[in-house]
Ligand binder design. Structure first.
Ligand code: FAD
Length: 422
């Protein structure tokens, strides 16, 4: 469907829930489009996931509903899984600040550098004046078209109700863990920890450890723990070999076949969206629930992509639709589109929990959104760098962050950075 100019551009009053990567880029794009924006952030700083906290949830499996909750899942040693050129926003490239000795100039920097980058982004675009810190959104009510009541509570208990034209949900999905179902785990005497609560390898010294999961965190954490543990056993659905195999390069790590985070919107009434086996439904293009579009949207639900540029284009789309510069299909058309998408999942036998995993069509999805927003498609160097990095990670799992062979792509990236997107 082609983007069309449908009506005069109008400015809306928009509430954004969360000041992590997605909330910040939504705020920037909404304001750029001329909307009036307020960002609610329960923490006392920006960055969401990227604000490292050595503390963990009080329940290390994060199952106890009365536990104290720590938002971030970062571990102390975390470095990005993408090179900074591919990771950063298109409007604000993530360039190393070699001259500042407090910064981490590595191509795959540690997590603190990402937080510094986000702080620079906020300062560059003057976003901090839009953010209400230590203010949690506790309820959102849709009263009538273009009117949503947002109830928020400050840290000292003050409750406020304010009416907005639209709400963009950017509350992240790395805080409520989806604990794997392991037969007889309840009678196993060992200690259990979800990776959301992993910080440092020390507590695993000389232990026999089972790591369940095969994604980026399990990849890094299992290697870090193998440095101190007696044995590490990685159990992952993606490992299909029935017999345990030794991890190449390790004497104490084995791979086993078998057995993530949940979407959670405690501030939305039941029925606004459903979460079924981690499918948030129904959402047109992973963003708009047809019944509430365009006044409710979700940015940042998709996973397995370089998150920053994708959230950026998702935000542009939402901002353009809210102003009337870009049009959405009718409600019926959106519903039909989502139903067809779900049918394909069923026909292919793919479980619902993979609904927002866009790995197989990430660039097509990006380019579709870019076309709607009338901006250029994903840069050729970025998609190539993404692929080259994936291959490098497979070939050099221990060293891919420090050894690479994509110098020509780095040069192309820096050439592009001279003219960032608006
Ligand atoms: P979050 O960062 O979770 O931010 C959500 C914000 O919403 C938080 O600040 C939270 O306090 C706030 N909030 C939540 N509920 C409320 C409420 N009710 N009221 C007010 N505020 C609220 N991506 C990459 O591209 N490269 C990487 O190398 C990479 N590494 C990662 C490593 C780990 C361990 C994890 C968990 C993720 C990693 N990611 C990586 C993905 C990462 O999640 C995204 O980069 C990004 O941080 C997600 O941003 P977000 O804004 O959607 O969510």
């Amino acid at each position: 469907m082609k983007a069309q100019i449908t009506q005069p551009i109008t400015s809306q009053k928009v509430a954004v829930i969360g000041a992590g990567v997605s909330g910040l880029v939504v705020a920037r794009e909404l304001r750029q489009e001329g909307h009036h924006v307020i960002v609610f952030e329960q923490n006392n700083k920006i960055g969401g996931t990227w604000v490292y906290n050595p503390n963990t949830d009080s329940d290390l499996l994060s199952l106890d509903p009365s536990r104290t909750i720590v938002h971030t899942s970062l571990y102390e040693s975390l470095r990005t899984n993408l090179p900074r050129e591919a990771l950063g926003f298109r409007a604000y490239p993530f360039i190393a600040k070699e001259e500042d000795k407090h910064r981490d100039p590595r191509r795959f920097p540690g997590h603190r550098e990402v937080l510094h980058y986000l702080e620079d982004f906020v300062s560059e675009f003057g976003l901090s004046e839009l953010i209400r810190f230590e203010t949690e959104v506790v309820h959102v009510e849709f009263m009538e078209q273009r009117k949503c009541a947002v109830r928020s509570r400050t840290k000292d208990g003050n409750v406020d109700n304010e009416v907005f034209n639209a709400v963009v949900v950017c509350n992240g999905h790395h805080t409520v863990p989806n604990v794997a179902e392991v037969p007889c785990i309840d009678v196993w005497p060992g200690k259990q920890v979800h990776s959301h609560n992993y910080r440092v390898p020390g507590p695993f010294r000389e232990k026999v450890v089972v790591v369940i999961g095969g994604a980026f965190s399990a990849f890094d954490i299992s290697r870090e723990i193998a440095g101190v543990a007696k044995e590490v056993h990685v159990a992952s659905r993606s490992i299909t070999n029935a017999n345990p195999t030794k991890q190449l390069g390790y004497d104490n790590m084995w791979l086993h076949s078998m057995v993530r985070y949940k979407f959670d919107f405690p501030f939305l009434d039941k029925g606004v969206v459903t979460v079924d086996d981690n499918r948030v439904g129904m959402l047109y293009q992973h963003i708009f629930p047809p019944k509430f579009a365009p006044w409710l949207s979700f940015v940042g639900l998709t996973w397995k992509f370089s998150t920053f540029p994708l959230y950026e284009v998702q935000s542009k789309w939402v901002a353009g639709i809210l102003s009337g510069r870009i049009s959405l299909p009718t409600q019926d058309e959106m519903i039909k589109d989502v139903e067809a998408f779900y049918l394909k999942f069923e026909a292919d036998g793919i479980p619902k929990r993979y609904t927002h995993n866009i790995w197989d069509y990430q660039f097509k999805y990006y380019d579709w959104l870019a076309a709607q927003c009338q901006i250029p498609p994903i840069e050729e160097w970025r998609s190539q760098m993404y692929a080259a990095n994936g291959m490098n990670r497979n070939v050099r799992p221990e060293a891919y962050r420090d050894e690479w062979e994509d110098q020509n792509l780095i040069l192309q990236a820096h050439d592009d950075f001279l003219q960032p997107l608006d």
